[in-house]
Design a protein around this ligand. Sequence first.
Ligand SMILES: Cc1ncc(COP(=O)(O)O)c(C=O)c1O
Length: 441
Amino acid sequence: MSQLNNAAPSLDAYWMPFTANRRFKADPRFLARASGMYYYTETGREVLDGTSGLWCVNAGHCRPTIAKAIADQAATLDYATAFNMGHPKAFEFADRLSKITPDGLDHIFFTNSGSEAVETTLKIALAYHRARGKGTKTRLIGRDRGYHGVNFGGISVGGMTKNRMYFGALLGGVDHLPHTHDPVRNGFARGQPQHGAELADELERIVALHDASNIAAVIVEPLAGSTGVLPPPVGYLQRLRKICDKHDILLIFDEVITGFGRLGAAFASQRFGVTPDLMTMAKGITNAAVPMGGVAVSDKVHDTLIEGAESPIELFHGYTYSGHPLACAAGLATLDIYRDEGLFDRVRTLEPVWEEAVHSLDDAPHVIDVRNFGLTAGIELASRPGAPSIRAMEAFERAFDQGVLIRVSGDTIALSPPLIVETGQIERIVGAVRNVLEQVA
Ligand SMILES: Cc1ncc(COP(=O)(O)O)c(C=O)c1O
């Protein structure tokens, strides 16, 4: 009881996610508030956000209309179960979302995170085939270096070794396509790399191995983000779509990072001109102000499951907080900002400036590759012998000390500023990266 008012909390209790806990707690970095393009530390030091938080604060921080929408909603209807009950904003938000999702993906299932959105797509894919009397189509195909969140389905189809290797038996019946990273042929590519479309043909090999009658779906990130920004080779996604169609395999795009303007269109699918059957979203869906995720489902899949259902409840799946009123309110206010400020188009305008700026790092110390697309960039560093990832980690820490937040994944620095970033701020982010790369050993 008396412990409730502990004034100076120990750092021990909080087990931080995806964090070098011991390293952090020896030299903690605290963020106290945020506004627009900036975080502020407890001492009031300004930190330019080069990563949109975690690829999610696409419209910049603490937008007043989003904050107000959340506060108003909390005071009006704090919570409503989504199981056999509705509240207006969930329907309104799903309707608004369905107008910006790719044509034909008109049905929205709400989750609370990207990871849950991924699990939802996998379950819907399996249920879809079963509903069509094709219950043997159960195998799921992911991709090496893919990231699909942290739940068991997601890490099973995912391909980031450390996220999988400690956790025992994963989902059975999973196979993986090869990744598309090919620095020998595509090193320092600007935009989509030219080489690698043929890597999609590996799906034919997997089909020959398992037979199409056993394969439910292929899941890929249109641009692989967490593994270090890998834009898809020209023609690759088109080829995957074609092979999936040929074999009656569903194509799932995981657009948790690429959605909501990051690549200069509402979704990557539209930018690349390839429409999946199921598509995840999260992060920018509420500008990250309230946790939320979702799945956009094609009419074909939706109608099969809804119209063919044997029981009144068509899909035995959902979350206590699916379509949470605060998340829906935040999401609606977020969509208004994206529309009113033309932020998705803004990315297209900024893209050449961004590309030029990040490729000015091509000759920076330790840099072995630079990749970019939309408002994303991956700057890959040579590993320090015997100490992989440490150089990038040191670059991250030093950049923070210099007032710029960057992100690292392995040996790659990933940049993804809010879509409101100004040219001068792009220069500052890139300048800080060059600076720290000149400092780290
Ligand atoms: C492509 C992709 N899928 C899924 C996720 C998981 O989302 P969350 O952390 O909200 O569970 C992420 C998170 O970065 C992601 O990039």
